[in-house]
Write a protein that binds this ligand. Sequence first.
Ligand code: DGL
Length: 358
Amino acid sequence: MTRRILRILARGALAAACFSTAAGALAQATKPRVVIVATGGTIAGAGASATHSATYQAAKVPVDKLIAGVPELSQVAEVRGEQAFQIASESFTNEQLVTLAKRVSALSKDPQVDGVVITHGTDTLEETSFFLNLVLKTDKPVVLVGSMRPGTSMSADGMLNLYNAVVVAGSTDARGKGTLVVMNDQIHSGRDVTKRINIQTSAFSSQWGPLGMVVEGRTYWFRAPAKPHTRQTEFDIDQLGSLPPVYVVYGTGSMTPELYTAAAKAGAKAIVHAGTGNGSVPGYAVDTLKALRAQGLQVVRSSRVGDGFVLRNSEQPDDKYDWVVAHDLNPQKAKILAALALTRSNDSKELQRMFWQY
Ligand code: DGL
């Protein structure tokens, strides 16, 4: 009798073991495959001690160590890493931006990749996210993430930011929303987000609001992007070579028109004027900008004011001067769109159409 019972129990245990292995394999097979492309920044930074939350060296920790530092990633995705660059993001060049975009585009076409996370310095993260939002031709989630404190700091924010970014990149409900930025539990549009505070973990915000939140491994969506992005745009990174130089001149009281001629001498094909108020231009600088426009350089009026948008023909007769207004894009994003637009046309009316559209 006992031998028979033991035989039945053994079979039961074997069946249970087989089931859990199959379930495990199924779970493994159903986990999204996410590639983390690392570029540097504070999320890869290291400070001298746990109290150095703002004094540290960016771009020190390699991607494999970043991944090893968050073992919980394996619970939500099959993750692998690539080290694209190891730089502080203020040092990004147009060439590196294009190289990164081409790599992410290639990954997005790989059927073995369900989503991409890009770890990035926070200083120019919004420029990269806006650029990718315009040039990638994919519905797969591409999520940029950074941190405001290095991993060596007390209450470092990078680990949870990275975990949240991988959750979003592996989420089917994040598809088709354009490039996304995940910081501080929020999910932002890569177009709208900007770094507003340079020394808090709540550094990033969008004047039109975040798209959603990611909390304890789940995404919560509250709005969708209003502007065309990724597949919906006329820009394609796979057709793009290089970006023409565009420089920003910051508007203040008591400026000199020589700032604009210096930008032109440096090879600018467009100048973004980061004007006071509604993109205002000092009276003593108007003739210089009109002369540069007459030489073929494009003039784009943006504003140094964080929120709102620049209205055409408000502070300046843009129709008469043949200038462009940046709408709600801040100067650094206006620079990105102006450079991309110039790869398509040097007609100011076409540029203005793209600024209204994107
Ligand atoms: N040097 C800055 C950068 O790489 C550090 C800021 C950060 O990454 O948070 O953007």
